[in-house]
Write a protein that binds this ligand. Sequence first.
Ligand code: GLC
Ligand code: MG
Length: 427
Amino acid sequence: MDRLKTSARLMIVSDLDHTMVDHHDSENLSLLRFNALWESNYRHDSLLVFSTGRSPVLYKKLREEKPMLTPDITIMSVGTEITYGNLMVPDDGWVEILNQKWNKSIVIEESKKFPELTLQAETELRPHKVSFYVEKDKAQAVSKALMECFEKHGLDVKIIYSGGMDLDILPQGAGKGQALAYLLKKFKAEGKLPNNTLVCGDSGNDAELFSIPEVYGVMVSNAQEELLKWHAENAKNNPKIIHATERCAAGIIQAIGHFGLGPNTSPRDVMDFLDCKLENVNPGHEVVKFYLFYERWRRAEVENFEPYLASLKAACDPSGVHVEPTGVEHSLCDGIDGMRSIYGDKQGKQFRVWIDRVLPTQIGSNTWLVKLNKWELSGEERNCCKTTVIISSKEAPVAADGFTWMHVHQTWSQEETNLKDNSTIIL
Ligand code: GLC
Ligand code: MG
């Protein structure tokens, strides 16, 4: 909550499965496009919130499987668990609120009387969430009967049906929408209400997000029938909500453009960086651009590469040093020359690079220290380097000739799972 000293320029609150993450896109291209856009243009002054039905266990699993960014706030288990930052510090105040008129054991006992319900995996049963599977045509009748049953026990619960199969039972005050309302109230109390908020979803448990006043909303093109139905019945005339024509994260990017919430060209959509006009000069963009180039370089996707190498070399301070995660040091210029030997070594293979938590700090009138986590996926292996870059501009504000790289220092991150062959140059 405290990372930003003032109001966030944009707060994105996004569902994960089939919204931020497209399970039908094995290359994860739209997610990677979103990542590059977020880190180059928004991370430094905006907030990323993931709001998922998954429990902490399944959320962590998804993060291991997909190239996901680290959100500022994570809301899990359908708005029943809120945590902050990379360390995922829980919001205990929220737990207190959810304890009202809630009794998990009664919910489980009573639900057992319904043979239509199949209990979900143990990990998905949480202190304030009990979840089942139920067939689509039985969902409505079962929900109604369950509600009556809980009322008799003096419980005030909420039943949510999602994805044409999941039935969640939560305290009445819980849910993705209520969790967002709670966060907005906290921000308001601190005088840091985000300038704009965009909510993004695809299924039933996301519907509540769209009923929070003042927010913009995008239902991705692949949204489920139950969400579209909810929208048609409850929010049809709200001009702040769109049904995107693009799937998943591409639909989120589309909504940023549609509502004019800020830049919406992902650096991944810029093929020629030499041609890229510097309307967008900031340190975050500079590092995103470099690591994207590095990915394309190794995938042999850079045509006519001499001018690129020349411009990269020109952007290195002649006395600049790169400390590799192995501890080996060499000059930045030698590192650029060394890239020749790895051109296209990942051609036709699975190889992606993305950077996360790009946080620039201005340390001089025209110098920035940029911290970031650089991830690399190569085949089945994935690793992460904690990276610190010092860059400066010749003039302030940054002039058309952009930045000079002064220093790069990398160490293996603990988040890194597979230490691998270090024989090639690591950038
Ligand atoms: C996620 C959760 C599941 C829940 C569903 C819908 O898939 O793992 O427990 O029922 O979201 O909210
Ligand atoms: Mg979803």
